[in-house]
Design a protein around this ligand. Structure first.
Ligand code: PLP
Length: 479
């Protein structure tokens, strides 16, 4: 499988090249040249595979430059019940991403947050850690990973890369914007290859720094900079797997359709759902939920994409979605405009200059229902009410991000055919967001036994202004 970019870069690299690369040289995002399609026989053959086996089958469609036996081994080492060990009582940890019905056959939670950092980012990042190690070893290279996190990517990347000898991690986070537990997860890591940088700004400032450094080709080459943000294609590919897994768990036969509701920030998770559907998975609808930062909800209602400035971004109680510039959205728009790099380049010229674009008058926007994506927006009060209601109705404690999705899922459930189950993607565990859970339920969320006491450990973090040169100097000094 060869890759090209949403803006037309066409040197046709393969997976292992773009794995270490992040952004394409033209500033676009990598995509496979063709979307592999799945035939009915394959779906039937995959239905009963364990998670690691399913991951191998799907990933081998996108990764053709790693020998099959090696890829199979990487998947088998990544998706184990030992790593995804935080399954809740009653859920089967061997499932890796267990489906928990709230209303049997109608509404379910797909638990994606059983990994080391209690958020769905682990589902892809654990794989990336092992892929990086494998490819770097083969090539005799090292890499310095630069990332920006709104809360969960950072810890997932650090837990995936800690102790790996050929990898250093430089992770930017917005100072004071993450929950105490999220901070403790990252800043308490003592591994020598992990560097935490708290930027006095918003997540989007941190993400802009990563983009600026990535766009400096000379610096990037000299310091062997790699990127693990959700623009990294390998993460999307890994996330495609759990849509298939969730589908098989929810649909009693491959003739049935399933809908998914996804709490969204950078459009990575839900874009993986779009890819799964493009491959032929019978997904009836993708439902997108935003929090107060509703740039994407605005687009799906109006056709206008107007990223906000950092100063217009709200700090909310679902912090991992406090994003006003959804990087992966460029990949979706690429499909929407008929996979035309010239149009994408033109649209993002507007966006990158601080502007907006409006697709409402264009024929493909009129046909958007064919893309089967609807949206909604959930606010702090909704989040609290939803956490309370899910707890009261089903005896289940959900985190604030999952609550945003649940609220929008309820809104859209009635418009689905009766035989289409709706799965809400559970993107984090409540333990990560004690303040909000206390506000909603009046008590602390349960913390898994192996993570109790985390917040009391000593922390290590570098405080910095949102300044590209300062970050570059820091990286240069440490590499
Ligand atoms: C990252 C994250 C999201 C948003 O996912 P995207 O792929 O950026 O859309 C939602 N919920 C949680 C808990 C997250 O960590």
């Amino acid at each position: 499988m060869k890759y090209f970019s949403t803006r037309g870069y066409a040197a046709r690299p393969e997976f292992c090249d773009i794995l270490l690369d992040g952004l394409a040289p033209d500033g676009g995002l990598y995509l496979p040249e063709t979307v592999p399609t799945i035939c009915r026989d394959e779906l039937d053959a995959w239905r009963h595979l364990p998670y690691a086996g399913l991951a191998f089958e799907i990933l081998s469609k996108f990764i053709t430059d790693i020998p099959a036996d090696d890829l199979r081994d990487i998947c088998a080492r990544t998706y184990t019940a030992d790593i995804y060990c935080h399954a809740r009582a009653g859920d089967d940890p061997a499932q890796i991403a267990p489906l928990r019905w709230l209303e049997p056959g109608k509404l379910g939670l797909l638990a994606l947050s059983n990994g080391p950092t209690l958020a769905f980012k682990d589902m892809a990042m654990q794989l990336l850690g092992n892929l990086f190690e494998y490819v770097l070893e083969k090539r005799g290279e090292t890499i310095n990973i630069l990332g920006a996190t709104s809360g969960d990517t950072g810890s997932a990347a650090e837990y995936a890369m800690r102790g790996k000898s050929r990898v250093k991690v430089f992770m930017l986070s917005p100072h004071g914007k993450m929950s105490a537990f999220q901070r403790a997860q990252m800043y308490s890591l003592a591994d020598e290859n992990i560097f935490n940088i708290a930027v006095t700004g918003m997540f989007d400032d941190a993400q802009d720094i990563v983009k600026a450094v990535s766009n400096d080709a000379a610096f990037k080459a000299r310091h062997r900079i790699g990127v693990v943000n959700s623009i990294n294609w390998a993460r999307i590919a890994a996330q495609v797997v759990y849509y298939f897994h969730g589908y098989f768990a929810a649909a009693s036969s491959n003739a049935q359709q399933v809908a998914f509701c996804v709490p969204t920030g950078n459009f990575g998770n839900i874009f993986a759902g779009h890819v799964a559907r493009s491959m032929g998975l019978p997904i009836a609808r993708l439902v997108l939920a935003t929090n107060e930062n509703d740039v994407l909800d605005e687009f799906f209602r109006t056709g206008v994409y107007r990223p906000r400035k950092a100063s217009e971004t709200h700090v909310t109680s679902s912090p991992s979605m406090d994003i006003s510039k959804a990087s992966n959205f460029e990949r979706f728009v690429f499909d929407l405009v008929g996979r035309d790099p010239a149009t994408v380049t033109r649209l993002w010229k507007e966006v990158d200059a601080g502007g907006a674009f409006d697709l409402s008058g264009m024929p493909f926007f009129v046909h958007l229902p064919g893309f089967g994506l609807v949206s909604g927006k959930s606010m702090h009060v909704d989040r609290l009410a939803t956490i309370q209601e899910v707890h009261a109705r089903y005896g289940v404690t959900i985190d604030p991000h999952t609550a945003d999705a649940m609220k929008i899922a309820w809104q859209h459930a009635a418009s689905l055919p009766a035989d289409v189950p709706l799965l809400v993607l559970e993107t984090a565990q409540a333990a990560k967001f004690a303040d909000t859970l206390r506000e909603a339920l009046g008590c602390d969320p349960e913390i898994p036994a192996d993570l109790q006491g985390l917040e009391a450990l000593p922390q290590r973090v570098e405080l910095m202004p949102p300044d590209v040169e300062a970050v570059k100097a820091f990286i240069a000094a440490k590499t």
